[in-house]
Ligand binder design. Structure first.
Ligand code: FES
Length: 68
């Protein structure tokens, strides 16, 4: 029986953020660790969030659309 943690995953949410699940360290471009308080977080991919790299829901008001 394996005791290793499940692999982290990134799942694109239609017309919205990337959902990151699992143990992954988020860092700034300078290598500073970005604190996360939940095991699952939503990462902005519309570019409009005021709390990047996290999604703040602005994509909805902006009408952000994805193809998949
Ligand atoms: S994807 Fe939600 S604010 Fe950018």
């Amino acid at each position: 029986m394996s005791t290793s943690a499940p692999q982290p995953t990134i799942t694109p949410y239609p017309d919205g953020p990337l959902l990151l699940r699992g143990d992954v360290v988020l860092q700034t471009a300078d290598g500073e660790v970005i604190p996360r308080h939940r095991r699952t977080v939503a990462l902005c991919r519309c570019g409009l969030s005021a709390i990047k790299p996290f999604c703040d829901g602005t994509h909805k008001a902006a009408g952000f659309r994805t193809e998949g």
